[in-house]
Ligand binder design. Structure first.
Ligand code: NAP
Ligand code: G4F
Length: 325
């Protein structure tokens, strides 16, 4: 039997890698895409010739649309990756962030219930839910979100747990620490740095403006993390898991490594810019992924220093092509 998966957020970093993974495993993949005045499908364009990929217009803020889609597709697995995923932007758009990242989850879970189908559900939870709780953080650590994004995601986390307990839905929440790749959005700090390094190296820019350099994050490699999401849904028992590398690095250390990869000294180019600070910061996130290793056999292979190198190389190559050098 061909398995059908429905992915919200298929045009994002994780959605694109997950679609690739599932198509490779023989799934029929259905993705939710938002209508925009220009096409926004750069990350999945290369998958288009695949006849098992089906895209549907919709939005997590449109409950009726979700009900109709779930009824029509009858997915065996649903991956809810769609979100306004930028922490700083969530301070500027708190209500929209709550509607998409919190109530959107409820809308999708209700759509699954209304369709009365036997379906497994993955919720994209986040280490941001730990916020002010000091590292290392694992599944038993207390939550203390520090942004409208973190608070909205915490609602989704708990409503997923509740639907599992109340309605016996196979629903799991993956508490993922930061994960990056050459497909990472340009305004997240790792990609902003590696794009900045490429621009400086190729003579297109001469400085890079950043905010808090002391924040510590546990950065892993996105393709490895989507494999973890899939494994969570294949296990016999629905449970929540942390995915992380277990290693923390500061933004400063990531900068150092990224500039060094291009033979540059970061201190010559990085300029502190207050506008990139947040009203409340999450100082340190370092995950303890023991449970995922023991139960799912999942382990991160790529740490932040290796990521900095591979992302700089990818951005140098892409930018050189773009400017024709
Ligand atoms: P991303 O690159 O920002 O992608 C977000 C996706 O959500 C995009 O496809 C976007 O569509 C879609 N989306 C935004 N608003 C929507 C709405 N109202 N209705 C439907 N879709 C909407 O994020 P990502 O890095 O792939 O992350 C995937 C998920 O994991 C997100 O839920 C994120 O919060 C969570 N997460 C990420 C990390 C990480 O480090 N990457 C860690 C923990 C959790 P458009 O392309 O049209 O904008
Ligand atoms: O790259 P960031 O914007 O990622 P952040 O806030 O950790 O959130 C990401 O990871 C979460 C998982 O923990 C996801 F849930 C979320 O969706 C997103 O993918 O910022 C990382 C750190 C922050 O401490 C920030 O203050 O970098 C610091 N930073 C310093 N200068 C900057 C900048 N961040 C950004 N985006 N831009 C800067 O110029």
């Amino acid at each position: 039997m061909t398995k059908r998966a429905f992915i919200t957020g298929i045009t994002g970093q994780d959605g694109s890698y997950l679609a690739e993974l599932l198509l490779g495993k023989g799934y029929e993949v259905h993705g939710l895409v938002r209508r925009a005045s220009t096409l926004n499908r750069g990350r999945i364009d290369h998958l288009h010739p695949n006849s098992e990929l089906h895209l549907h217009y919709g939005d997590l803020t449109d409950g009726v649309g979700l009900v109709n889609l779930i009824r029509e597709i009858e997915p065996h697995e649903v991956y809810n990756l769609g979100a306004q995923s930028h922490v700083k932007v969530s301070f500027e758009m708190p209500e929209y962030t709550a509607s998409t990242d919190a109530v959107g989850t409820l809308r999708l879970l209700e759509a699954i219930r209304a369709a009365d189908i036997d379906c497994r559900y993955y919720q994209a939870s986040t280490s941001e839910m730990f916020g002010a709780t000091p590292p290392p953080q694992n599944e038993a650590s207390p939550f203390y979100p520090r942004s409208p994004y973190g608070a909205a995601k915490l609602y989704s986390h708990w409503v997923t747990v509740n639907y599992r307990e109340a309605y016996d839905l196979f629903a799991v929440s993956g508490i993922l620490f930061n994960h990056e790749s050459p497909r990472r959005g340009e305004s997240f700090v790792t990609r902003k740095i590696t794009l900045g390094v490429a621009a400086i190296k190729l003579g297109v820019a001469d400085e890079l403006h950043l905010g808090n350099l002391e924040a510590v994050r546990d950065w892993g490699y996105a393709p490895e993390y989507v494999e973890g999401m899939w494994r969570m849904l294949q296990h016999d028992v629905p449970q929540d898991y942390v995915l992380a590398t277990g290693k923390g690095f500061s933004v400063r250390q990531f900068c150092e490594a990224a500039f060094a990869q291009a033979g540059l000294d970061w201190e010559d180019f990085v300029v502190y810019d207050k506008q990139f600070e947040r009203p409340t910061e999450v100082d340190a996130l370092i995950g303890d992924p023991s449970k995922a290793r023991e139960v799912l056999g999942w382990e991160a292979q790529t740490d932040a220093m290796a990521l900095a190198r591979l992302m700089v190389e990818a951005d140098l190559e892409q930018m050189a092509r773009l400017i024709g050098t």
